[in-house]
Design a protein around this ligand. Structure first.
Ligand code: NAD
Ligand code: UDX
Length: 463
């Protein structure tokens, strides 16, 4: 079966970039991305592609090329479902905030709504693709909903998890390490798998397209994120030991990373990992393991989160103790708010938690991030519900530029590894600060030697 019309439900960080690249690489396929969020769709349709709702290097060019040709963004969800032969579900699957599994399980209500809507609207056979990250065996639930409509329409369900990382989404989509497609082992299931393989084969080498059964595919996504996050927590755990022993975590990471069995990537000690995926997916993995009575498995992975929470709290604590045990009334500048560089996404960013701890200590925070604005920063802080929005507002100023953020500050904390931070006029920043002038580099990106020569007291992570 050759696919000519694709619909994607969910125009977020995954649905938007993924579909833009499919449309760019498959001009013969009409790709319609739908979302309930009207403002988001309007932004995707903004005539100036620099105003699309997601900042990703290279994305606005891809959208400019394909939009209006074979890429469309719309709020007409039912029409797009009806037309398409293949429907990707790319809606959010956040951690549950209520009921059983609260704080651990993935909330599948948006997924179920999509499945019910597809079941209700479809008049012809469809391939439904799970693009969202889902607990293992979710396809079974989706299948139950789709197979009980009684209207004779037949559905095949595939799992096709997305491995892109934010900040490098376009490059990751253009040159993926692998594409993973899980499906039924029946003949019909294999036909559906082949139809999706053919879509990706327009630009991805077939040797990199891996096909598995549904459950392996669903579980591989959670596993990949758990392994990646575990590496960060592992190096972060050692960063604390480095600080006690005189070892330097950058040197340790380099030394172990040159072992080809370990490899050099994902060994950067930091103020803690953030993002919408790692914590959510590990909590989900822990929940699933517990549900099967596998307590040791659950505890093993749970430790990755415990370590990450510790690393964030430890960073805030270090700022307080270094500043003579009080930051009350002191101005502290934050460079960076996004959870990593080259994205405007702030979900679960370590900066939010460090800010919350420092505000508890009555610090006055002044934040600058190249891509995140005031509304987002304040709403992230308010979402924690630690104090009233008015109280947060009083302690938090969002600066127009880094020099203003740092002017008169007692200390600077680097929370995101934006490249531009390295190239600031650090002498000018130093001259305008209170003395002693402290820098807490939560990403180990600044030139410690140069800053120390200028006069800063420089504190990195793990040295
Ligand atoms: P997101 O919140 O940015 O986007 C989800 C979109 O779905 C929202 O715009 C929302 O309005 C829309 N939506 C929800 N229910 C809907 C419905 N019933 N009909 C129409 N639209 C609906 O989320 P995201 O970051 O794109 O993540 C989506 C999924 O992909 C999640 O399961 C996530 O775990 C997974 N994932 C994310 C990343 C990442 O880097 N963000 C990477 C890989 C996988
Ligand atoms: C992650 C996975 O990498 C991706 O495959 C998946 O599809 C979605 O989740 P993302 O969260 O976008 O992607 O970014 P990633 O590069 O994985 O970084 C996650 C967090 O870990 C960031 O806060 C980053 O700063 C931190 N990190 C990463 C470190 O602290 N040290 C590292 O060495 C690597």
């Amino acid at each position: 079966m050759k696919i000519t019309k694709i619909c994607c439900i969910g125009a977020g960080y995954v649905g938007g970039p993924t579909m833009a690249v499919i449309a760019q690489k498959c001009p013969d396929i009409k790709v319609t991305v739908v979302d309930l969020n009207e403002a988001r769709i309007a932004a995707w349709n903004d005539p100036d592609t620099n105003n699309i709702p997601i900042y990703e290097p290279g994305l606005s060019d891809v959208v400019a090329e394909a939009r209006g040709r074979n890429l469309f963004f719309s709020t007409e969800v039912e029409k797009a479902i009806d037309e398409a032969e293949m429907i990707f579900i790319s809606v959010n699957t956040p951690t549950k905030t209520y009921g059983s599994g609260k704080g651990m399980a993935a909330d599948l209500k948006y997924i179920e709504l999509c499945a019910r809507q597809i079941a209700r609207v479809s008049k012809s056979n469809k391939i439904v693709v799970e693009k969202s990250t889902l607990p293992v065996r979710t396809a079974e639930a989706i299948k139950n909903i789709l197979d009980n409509t009684g209207n004779g329409v037949r559905f095949q369900i595939l799992s096709n998890p997305e491995f892109l990382a934010e900040g490098t989404a376009v490059q990751d989509l253009l040159n993926p390490d692998r594409i993973l497609i899980g499906g039924d082992t029946t003949e019909e299931g294999q036909h559906a798998i082949n139809a999706l393989v053919d879509v990706y084969a327009n630009w991805v080498d077939r040797a990199r397209i891996l096909t598995t059964n549904l459950w392996s595919s669903e579980l591989s996504k959670l596993t990949a994120n758990a392994f990646l996050a575990q590496r960060v927590s592992s190096i972060n755990a050692l960063s604390e030991l480095c600080e006690k022993t005189g070892a330097d975590v950058n040197e340790v990471a380099k030394a172990i990373g040159m072992d080809s069995r370990i490899g050099p990537k994902f060994l950067k000690a930091s103020v803690g990992f953030g993002g919408s995926c790692f914590q959510k997916d590990i909590l989900n993995l822990v929940y699933i393991a517990k549900a099967y009575g596998l307590n040791e498995v659950a505890d093993y992975w749970g430790q990755v989160i415990i370590m990450n929470d510790h690393q964030k709290r430890r960073f805030a604590h270090k700022i307080v103790t270094t500043l003579y045990n009080t930051v009350s009334g002191k101005k502290i500048a934050f460079l960076g708010w996004a959870f990593k560089k080259d994205t405007n996404d702030t979900r679960e960013s370590a900066a939010i938690y460090v800010a919350d701890d420092l505000i508890n200590e009555q610090a006055e925070l002044h934040v600058f991030d190249p891509k995140v604005g005031e509304n987002q920063i304040l709403s992230d802080l308010n979402y924690l519900d630690s104090r009233t929005p008015e109280e947060n507002r009083k302690q938090m100023t969002v600066a127009e530029n880094p020099y203003e953020a740092c002017k008169g500050a007692h200390a600077i904390a680097v929370l995101t590894e934006w490249d531009e931070f390295r190239n600031y006029d650090w002498k000018k920043i130093y001259d305008n600060m209170m003395k002693p002038a402290f820098v807490f580099d939560g990403r180990n990106i600044l030139d410690a030697k140069k800053l120390t020569e200028i006069g800063f007291v420089y504190k990195g992570i793990g040295s």
